[in-house]
Design a protein around this ligand. Structure first.
Ligand code: DON
Length: 298
């Protein structure tokens, strides 16, 4: 299936607005599946690690929801898809009081990052990394310094979103500190297998596929999956729901986390992106899997 789809990667482009991501190899394409009883299947260039980028938004949201609760989280971010590109600032100006539409667009994700638990920025990052490590079955997790630095020095739009939100009281604290933390959060490295395992946890409503202990509360897992369906593929989420029909979250490094409830999690890596920032090969692969394995939840 991978070989059938690989040719479409020629039509995509590797992200270059974060300069360090431009090194990605366009033809790479990999998929892993982790079933709810902990069996793994994989195909393609699965040995490569990649940075989470926007996939980190759903993990940070799960972490912050379970630590701080819905009331605090939803006082800062809304629950509605925006229909705008992920970096858009426009709707911030038209909501009164100012509130990012949802935690999957950059504005909302930055607000969630500012809520990560910890007494210092260093500790907040450590806590987030420990959380991701716990979800991957205690693998050693690190962030890619080169990618983080590359984004930090070029994040003018994200800084604008933060300054706007600071003006209107959505975030507290120092903008540079939050950008530093956010770019490191986005630069956390993972591979397809680990991503598939995280998908399996969501497909089990928060339970570890091997030990069956609850890593994410059921309520939080359901909230995250609802956001993945409505906003996980950005302004392509509606089309993705129709063509594939599973909760999913993409990132500009080319990763996609997808969840087939009560069956399996899927981790994909394919750095060639379509115009809306989703892995072009990954999307096609998921369309094929939807046909072949009848995964559409609707
Ligand atoms: O904030 C950014 O622009 C990146 N760190 C993440 C964006 C992203 O992955 C959007 N994905 N489709």
């Amino acid at each position: 299936m991978i070989d059938e789809v690989r040719s479409i990667t020629a039509l995509g482009k590797v992200a270059n607005y974060i300069p360090a991501l431009a090194d990605g190899r366009k033809t790479d394409l990999a998929v892993s599946v982790c079933t709810i009883d902990g069996q793994y299947f994989q195909a393609g260039t699965v040995e490569k690690s990649f940075t989470l980028q926007s996939i980190s938004k759903v993990l940070a949201l799960a972490f912050v929801l379970d630590i701080k609760g819905e009331e605090e989280v939803f006082s800062k971010v809304g629950m509605e898809p925006s229909g705008d590109p992920y970096y858009s600032i426009s709707k911030l100006e038209f909501t009164n009081p100012t509130k990012p539409f949802n935690p999957m667009i950059n504005a909302g994700a930055l607000a969630i990052t500012s809520l990560l638990p910890g007494h210092s920025m260093k500790k907040k990052l450590e806590n987030f990394i420990d959380y991701v490590s716990c979800l991957t079955g205690n693998r050693k997790i690190e962030y890619n310094e080169k990618v983080a630095k590359s984004e930090f020095t070029t994040s003018f739009l994200n800084r604008s979103l933060l300054y706007y939100m600071k003006q209107f009281g959505v975030i507290e604290g120092n903008v540079e500190d939050i950008i530093d933390l956010y770019t490191k959060q986005c630069a956390v490295e993972i591979d397809c297998l680990q991503l598939a395992r995280i998908g399996a946890i969501f497909s089990l409503n928060g339970q570890d596929p091997e030990k069956r202990n609850q890593l994410i509360t059921k309520r939080t897992a359901k909230i995250c999956k609802a956001f993945m369906v409505t906003c996980g593929m950005y302004n392509a989420s509606g089309e993705f729901a129709i063509k594939v029909g599973v909760p999913a979250k993409s990132g500009v490094s080319g990763g996609i986390l997808a969840v087939v409830p009560n069956r399996f999690g899927i981790g994909i890596f394919g750095p060639a992106l379509d115009q809306r920032g989703n892995s072009i090969g990954g999307w096609k692969l998921l369309e094929k899997m939807a046909d072949q394995f009848d995964i559409n939840i609707f």
